[in-house]
Design a protein around this ligand. Structure first.
Ligand code: UDP
Length: 375
């Protein structure tokens, strides 16, 4: 991995361009492409980088490491991988990177309901202005782009299943949660208009709840949180009654779909739901995690207001209709909810062991310090 630091978003290395002039890529007429993955140190971005490298492509990742994990990119020791530490709001940096690639996967975003509520303004700016910078740069340099969107755009619409053309039902703009849906819907519209009006190939992937190894529970994501709680023997915190439903898709199925979408000219100009249509209630999820971990944990009900602050509104039901993705890219996610849970359990167990080098019995009770694992 070549580190390309843009600390303070200004300092730039010239080694990136130099190493790429010699590298074969799609722009030079070969089958091998060079991809830019924004948010490449994030949960989905990191898995996508590894998927693209395994397919034999060159990959540059950009991430400001605000929510991304440096370990995600540090662990990728591959000669075809380069990392730029910087912000997608740094236009000159983005432009320099995009000028060298055939395609851009735009995954950098402020994500996680808790983060969006806590840092609403910054989230909005990253999700709107950041996407505009990416799309404009991709157009300027003739790169195709995939914009990651979210099932949040449907808002409170509990229709089942949700197809790409289903209406959006949002609460008041003053409810902070919906600012994320507003921003992502605007991103989708921008992507569509860049394709239709500005002749720049774009495709939008509307991601339903994605989960799997390396997802952090720090920003609210339910599966790593439940697994961490179950493994520590703590109560599983079920918010808002637990009758709300979600459909979880394994991150490995998702990144394969993203790569397939950008490879399919028939997909350009369209939105695709990407998710696994297996609807589960959050209470069922909690029970399933307890069962699969053999945990003695109980379930603790927490009202929404207590979990997220006053006036919080949740989405009751969320099930994707993935007919379009099946027809265009043969999308057929293979990994089940149990696979996701067991993969996350294995990862968190390994992490806990690494954090606990000394047997707990060997340490006097008075000296014991709880190791914190943010899952
Ligand atoms: N949730 C929960 N306990 C937690 C974290 C989340 O009950 O500790 C609920 C949350 O209120 C929502 C669902 O699980 O109804 C999925 O939450 P997540 O943040 O993972 O995704 P999203 O809300 O974006 O679908």
């Amino acid at each position: 991995m070549t580190q390309h630091h843009a600390a303070g978003t200004r300092r730039r290395s010239t080694s990136l361009r130099a190493s790429f002039t010699a590298a074969p890529n799609g722009k030079n007429g070969t089958a091998r492409t060079t991809s830019l993955v924004t948010g490449g140190a994030g949960f989905i971005g990191g898995h996508l980088v590894e998927h693209l490298l395994a397919q034999g492509h060159h990959v540059i990742a950009i991430d400001n490491l605000s929510t991304g994990n440096p370990a995600t990119v540090e662990r990728i020791d591959h000669p075809e991988f380069q990392f730029a530490h910087g912000s997608i709001l740094d236009e000159p940096l983005v432009d320099e990177l995009v000028s060298q690639v055939d395609q851009v996967f735009h995954l950098a975003a402020a994500v996680g309901v808790q983060l969006v509520i806590a840092e609403s303004f910054e989230s909005l700016r990253t999700n709107v202005r950041g996407t505009e910078i990416i799309l404009e740069s991709a157009r300027r340099h003739g790169a195709r782009s995939l914009i990651a969107s979210t099932s949040e755009v449907y808002g409170k619409n509990a229709a089942c299943p949700l197809s790409e053309t289903t209406d959006r039902i949002l609460g008041s703009p003053a409810v902070r949660r919906w600012s994320y849906a507003q921003a992502k819907a605007l991103d989708e519209t921008m992507a569509y208009l860049y394709h239709t009006d500005l002749n720049s190939p774009t495709v939008v992937a509307r991601l339903f709840n994605v989960a799997g190894p390396r997802q952090t529970g720090r920003y609210g994501m339910v599966i790593p949180r439940f697994v961490g709680q179950a493994l520590r023997g703590e109560p599983l915190t079920v918010f808002g009654g637990g009758q709300q439903t979600r459909s979880f898709c394994h991150v490995l199925d998702v990144v394969a779909a993203l790569a397939a979408l950008i490879d399919s000219p028939a997909a350009y100009g369209q939105v695709f739901n990407i998710g696994r249509p297996q609807e589960v209630s959050i209470r069922y999820l909690a029970e399933r995690v307890i069962t699969l971990t053999d945990s003695l944990s109980t379930i603790q009900d927490i009202p929404y207001d207590e979990a997220y602050g006053p006036g919080f509104e949740d989405t009751e039901r969320r099930v994707p209709d993935v007919t379009r993705a099946r027809e265009v890219i043969g999308f057929d996610p293979q990994l089940t909810l149990d696979d996701i849970i067991m993969n996350v359990v294995a990862e968190q167990r390994e992490h806990m062991l690494a954090l606990e080098p000394v047997s707990i019995e060997a340490v006097p009770a008075t000296d014991r310090v709880e190791a914190e694992y943010v899952g």
